[in-house]
Ligand binder design. Structure first.
Ligand code: ADP
Ligand code: MG
Length: 224
């Protein structure tokens, strides 16, 4: 791996959705380069294409045209099974609404991560991670028995386990009070300090201040 290895490289990317109300160009000619180890915030009004950009960077979607490379892997060339394997090894996702499995415990949700097995070593790793995130006495709780902050820290544990090189967070603090929000950003910042790459969608100015660079999307294009 080269020292200047790109985490993300988008070249003139367009993404068109074919919805019930016709075609929507969610991204319309976006070019973007993110180095390994960068912490980048993405801002922009609702509907500007932020989530679509994150889903492309996480190999959840393929571009309609243009090229997407994640960790120097061209995504357009991969089948959906190959993309799933790529994600499992390389990408942790965090969402605004947590997306935890309601019938699984905190520990089981953490181990549900694509890349994580359920062996003894993995359980020990997950337990240690949950303790570090302040969830040591919550491992057997289910999401309904947790506060919003605890739910999002569980989702952070699920994203961080196995230490993937890339974390994609889509408004992860949007449903949290300021204290819980800053805990989540502290966890992301620590992961970044240890060499991780972070793409963080956020509306909150205080949150994007923690990033090294802010990218603004407007109507599917990078603004300014
Ligand atoms: P943001 O995250 O900035 O709010 P999105 O990337 O979610 O923006 O959406 C960008 C545009 O694409 C919006 O106009 C949205 O309605 C549209 N869109 C997003 N997902 C779909 C989809 N699955 N089908 C049709 N249109 C979509
Ligand atoms: Mg969005």
């Amino acid at each position: 791996m080269g020292v200047n290895m790109k985490a993300i490289l988008l070249d003139n990317v367009k993404k068109v959705y074919h919805g019930r109300r016709g075609e929507v160009a969610a991204l319309d000619g976006v070019s973007l380069s993110v180095e390994r180890g960068e912490f980048v915030a993405i801002q922009g009004p609702s509907g500007s294409g932020k989530s679509t950009l994150l889903l492309l960077c996480g190999a959840m979607l393929r571009p309609t045209s243009g090229a997407v490379a994640v960790l120097e892997q061209k995504i357009g060339a991969l089948s959906s099974a190959e993309r799933a394997r790529f994600r499992a090894r390389n990408v942790g996702f965090v969402f605004q609404l947590f997306h935890l499995a309601p019938y699984l415990t905190v520990l089981e949700n953490t181990l549900l991560s694509n890349g994580a097995g359920t062996g003894r070593q993995r359980r020990a790793e997950a337990t240690a991670l949950l303790e570090r995130l302040g969830l040591g006495d919550r491992v057997r709780h289910k999401p309904a028995e947790l506060s919003a902050g605890e739910r999002q820290r569980t989702a952070m544990a699920r994203a961080l386990i196995g230490r993937p090189p890339l974390i994609l967070a889509d408004e992860p603090t949007g449903n949290l009070d300021p204290q819980n929000a800053s805990q989540i950003i502290d966890i992301l910042a620590e992961y970044h300090q240890q060499g991780g790459t972070v793409l963080l969608v956020t509306h909150q100015p205080g949150v994007s201040e923690r990033a090294q660079r802010v990218i603004r999307l407007e109507r599917g294009k990078i603004a300014g």
